[in-house]
Design a protein around this ligand. Structure first.
Ligand SMILES: NC(=O)c1ccc[n+]([C@@H]2O[C@H](COP(=O)([O-])OP(=O)(O)OC[C@H]3O[C@@H](n4cnc5c(N)ncnc54)[C@H](OP(=O)(O)O)[C@@H]3O)[C@@H](O)[C@H]2O)c1
Length: 315
């Protein structure tokens, strides 16, 4: 992801920001990355990057178990942070990150890039203006089947592996955006041989009795999509739901209306523009992905993991 984001930022002409330094666990990897993307300064440890006084904001793309430690080091040195999803392993870590950022008065945001895409902005406005009527159900999910590798971060419980934190977070986040913080969370799932969750179904109870039924899997393939059902109609968000471009609106018995919402490039640019603008304007968080909602999403995922019996060593 670090390479993808570096390329995207370069493609944007920086969007007002300069890719100034890179940090890696090894000096050689930092130098190779810097050469690839034309970056002037390299650091052979994350601590050294956090100490670099010429850096304003750090994008964190380490495995999930390291997000809190890495973010707290940067925040302690007065740096803003854009932290990859999942923002942290659990709500406790996330609340420490948020508390530190608020105390230090630095910018902090979960890199939930999907929120910044045009199709999701259109979903929000169709829900907000009442087109769908009373929101009743959010239904969706998908799966992919990676080759099992106990050493890869996706399957390693010590690094925050599992399908919930990797892919389920997108669905939980969308349900949160649509239904608010759930008042009830239920889940059933399967842990794989390395001890992380390989699939689950999740039921959430939202405001006004609305519900979400979500699923994710590392054991079966299906492009992830989502349908939002209201009393006046339904809206289908075509796969992939983390980078959607096509919406289909069906109002009562009327014919479905398809709308296209193209995404430029990989789709990560909009969140980078948001971070840059926030820093230029002195804002400490984004109204599109607010920190209180990130905390609520982590609390929901903690409850899902409790249902599955999945505890990380750091929990
Ligand atoms: N937004 C998206 O679409 C998207 C897509 C994929 C992943 N992600 C998220 O981005 C983050 C990074 O994912 P990724 O796939 O880029 O991760 P990755 O390739 O597995 O690891 C990224 C880097 O983390 C560093 N690292 C530090 N400690 C490590 C350890 N113990 N094991 C392995 N790597 C370690 C390594 O960099 P150095 O060796 O240079 O220190 C490594 O190159 C995750 O939170 C993931 O969920 C987001």
């Amino acid at each position: 992801m670090a390479g993808t984001i570096a390329a995207e930022l370069r493609g944007l002409g920086g969007a007002g920001a300069e890719l100034h330094a890179v940090g890696s666990r090894s000096r050689a990897a930092a130098a190779a990355f810097a050469q690839r993307f034309g970056i002037g300064r390299t650091h052979g440890s994350y601590a050294d990057l956090a100490r670099d006084d010429e850096v304003d904001v750090v994008y964190i793309a380490t495995p999930p178990a390291l997000h809190a430690e890495n973010a707290l080091a940067c925040i302690a040195r007065g740096k803003g942070v854009l932290c990859e999803k999942p923002f942290a392993l659990n709500a406790h870590e996330a609340s420490e990150m948020v508390r530190a950022a608020r105390t230090q008065r630095v910018f902090l945001m979960e890199a939930m890039w999907t929120r910044f895409l045009p199709a999701i902005a259109a979903v929000r406005s169709l829900v907000a203006d009442g087109t769908l009527g009373r929101l009743r159900l959010v239904v969706g999910g998908g799966g992919f089947v990676p080759v099992f590798d106990a050493k890869s971060p996706l399957f390693d419980p010590r690094l925050g592996g599992g399908v919930l934190l990797d892919a389920g977070v997108y669905l939980v986040s969308l349900a949160s955006m649509l239904l608010g913080a759930p008042s009830g969370v239920l889940a059933q799932g399967e842990l794989g041989p390395s001890g992380v969750d390989e699939q689950e179904t999740i039921l959430l109870r939202g405001a006004d009795g609305a519900q979400a039924a979500l699923y994710v899997s590392l054991q079966a393939r299906r492009p992830p999509d989502l349908e939002i059902l209201g009393s006046a109609g339904r809206l289908h968000v075509a796969a992939p739901v983390f980078r959607p471009t096509r919406l289909t609106l069906t109002l009562s018995e009327a014919a479905p209306v398809v709308s296209e919402h193209p995404v430029a490039g990989s789709g990560y640019a909009a969140q980078l523009v948001e971070v840059t603008r926030a820093l230029q304007q002195g804002r400490l968080e984004s109204p599109v992905m607010p920190l209180n909602e990130t905390l609520s999403i982590l609390r929901t995922m903690d409850l899902v993991r409790a249902c599955l019996g999945l505890r990380y060593p750091q929990d």
